[in-house]
Design a protein around this ligand. Structure first.
Ligand SMILES: NC(=O)c1ccc[n+]([C@@H]2O[C@H](COP(=O)([O-])OP(=O)(O)OC[C@H]3O[C@@H](n4cnc5c(N)ncnc54)[C@H](O)[C@@H]3O)[C@@H](O)[C@H]2O)c1
Length: 287
């Protein structure tokens, strides 16, 4: 079975990025959301990324033109899933919501459709159990920003077949990504390490070890990380970071207990770049 049609559900930070690399790779791509304004915003965002890519010589004008021929947006979940050969879920990191999406997708998807989720932490075995095709399910974990980051983590559930892993690898490679295969553990490889580093940075800020700027600078220049933990947290979203930590705390124990200062930032609505203010204030920087 060749994969031609890919349906991505959720047009937020990740879903739009995944739809971009999917349509650019030549898959007929349908991006679905409950919000029309999110879909419009996603299109505009993809335009900007495409234009920047052309300016920098990363992609040609013809490729971007082709991308928009392959990209479709829709609020009709049923129709989009009915024609999917490959399904990628990218709705917020809430178990109940992901369960509903998997249940609904199972109702409408053809038998051959492969199901994947871009979850950062949730067990693929659990998500697969919300479908009737656990052997055709795996986590496909992309990174932000999707068009720049090279990796896709493929995480097997208990019943994921070798054939499914191979197909997910092929799709990721066609999207220009490198893959790693990971066995099921909460937080996989990347989210587990990233959550720990990000949380520790919040503990240090709370303890007064150094300013946020200096903690970020130390980690970048001393440890050669491309971004500081606060810069990354603000990019990913502090609410998303807190959700991940809560899940890892519940599943892996006390070392993942969220730092009180992070909880406070989220309560205050300081979620990062998307709200204009997180650890840093982007309204002042005019961003
Ligand atoms: N943000 C990151 O850096 C990052 C990185 C890797 C993985 N992830 C994971 O990707 C997933 C999505 O995260 P995000 O940051 O893109 O979230 P987001 O909040 O930016 O976007 C989620 C989108 O889903 C839509 N949505 C909500 N309910 C829906 C429904 N029932 N049907 C269709 N669309 C619906 C929302 O309108 C929104 O546009 C999460 O599981 C997250 O853990 C996020």
């Amino acid at each position: 079975m060749t994969i031609s049609n890919i349906t991505v559900v959720g047009a937020g930070v990740m879903g739009r990025g995944i739809a971009y690399v999917s349509a650019l790779a030549g898959f007929q791509t349908t991006l679905v959301d409950i919000s029309k304004s999110q879909l419009n915003d996603a299109r505009q965002n993809m335009r900007r990324i495409g234009e920047k890519g052309i300016e920098r010589g990363k992609v040609s004008e013809a490729q971007i033109e082709n991308l928009f021929i392959h990209l479709h947006t829709s609020t009709d979940f049923k129709k989009a899933v009915e024609k999917a050969d490959f399904f990628i879920e990218a709705v917020p990191e809430k178990r109940d919501l992901k369960q509903t999406i998997m249940n609904e997708a199972e109702k409408y998807a053809p038998k051959h459709t492969i199901f994947t989720s871009n979850t950062s932490t949730i067990s693929p075995t659990e998500l697969a159990s919300y479908t009737n095709r656990p052997e055709q399910f795996s986590v496909m974990h992309f990174f932000n920003p999707v068009h720049v980051m090279q990796l896709v983590e493929i995480v097997r559930g208990l019943e994921t077949s070798d054939e499914t892993v191979k197909k997910v690898q092929q799709v990721a490679e066609k999207m220009g990504k490198e893959t790693v295969e990971v066995n099921e553990f909460p937080g996989f490889v990347t989210s587990r390490i990233s959550a720990l580093v990000g949380n520790e940075a919040f503990h240090m800020l709370q303890e007064g070890v150094a300013s946020a700027e200096d903690i970020d600078k130390a980690i970048k220049l001393g440890l050669n990380f491309p971004m500081g933990p606060f810069e990354l947290g603000d990019l990913v979203g502090l609410d998303a970071r807190l959700n991940n930590l809560r899940y890892l705390h519940e599943t892996l124990g006390d070392k993942f207990r969220p730092a009180p200062l992070l909880e406070q930032y989220v309560k205050a609505g300081r979620l990062g770049r998307k709200t204009g203010k997180g650890v840093y204030d982007y309204t002042k920087k005019g961003e």
